[in-house]
Design a protein around this ligand. Structure first.
Ligand code: ADP
Ligand code: MG
Ligand code: MG
Length: 207
């Protein structure tokens, strides 16, 4: 991972969110308040504006700036949560490049912050259910001295599997938890956007 890849990653997330905002909103209309697509779109559009014209000196500069912008621009639960994830990842990456192992550690810090802030456990039907498996997959490849693109591809696959596995779960955190058992049978919007974030990383790393 270098500064240019970090920037391309964030741009790829913004493009994917732009393309899939209606789907994210549709998922959120089933078990939430139908704004997840709009929230993500507002956040990542602002991120593109903020990063444009910046001269970051480290990978972390790109990702911390991304996180801070999400926190300040997105009102829903997902803004502060994604914001804290990107900030935590970025804070670990204070050099112009990062290896697969260092990036794995940074992703771990991201999950730690997500869970500290949101208090969601695995199985609560949240973005944790996509992020957790993605991190595990990334770590597995990093531990085996695999390359960055390979680790990112495994993480994206695991995130998508985790995303699909949220459908039969009952939500225990966030707005969807107010529905109780009526949240069962719907894929979690936040887990869906998290899978999109990891797929964007894999696509960027493979390019
Ligand atoms: P809001 O619920 O405020 O409208 P969004 O619709 O943008 O915010 O985001 C909803 C998503 O946020 C959910 O699908 C879920 O994945 C995620 N989420 C909500 N609360 C939590 C939490 N405490 N921990 C982790 N993720 C959460
Ligand atoms: Mg919502
Ligand atoms: Mg909302």
């Amino acid at each position: 991972m270098d500064i240019s890849l970090a920037r391309s990653w964030v741009q790829a997330v913004a493009a994917a969110v732009d393309e899939q905002k209606d789907q994210l909103t549709q998922l959120d209309s089933a078990i939430g308040d139908a704004d997840h697509g709009a929230n993500m779109h507002r956040g990542f559009s602002a991120v593109l504006d903020v990063l444009d014209g910046q001269e970051p000196a480290t990978v972390g500069d790109v990702l911390v700036k991304t996180g801070s912008t999400l926190v300040s621009k997105v009102g829903g639960a997902s803004g502060p949560l994604y914001g804290s994830v990107f900030r935590a990842i970025g804070k670990k990456l204070d050099e112009p490049t990062a290896g697969t192992r260092e990036f794995a550690d940074a992703l771990a810090a991201g999950l730690e912050n997500l869970q500290r802030l949101g208090a969601a456990a695995p199985g609560d039907k949240t973005m944790v259910d996509a992020y957790g498996p993605a991190l595990e997959a990334f770590l597995r490849i990093a531990d085996a001295d695999g390359g960055f693109a390979e680790a990112a591809a495994a993480a994206a696959d695991a995130a998508e599997e985790g995303m699909r596995a949220t459908t039969p779960l009952q939500a225990r955190k966030g707005r969807a938890s107010y529905l109780g058992t009526r949240s069962v049978g719907h894929q979690d919007p936040g887990a869906t956007s998290t899978a999109l974030v990891f797929r964007a990383l894999a696509d960027t790393a493979a390019a």
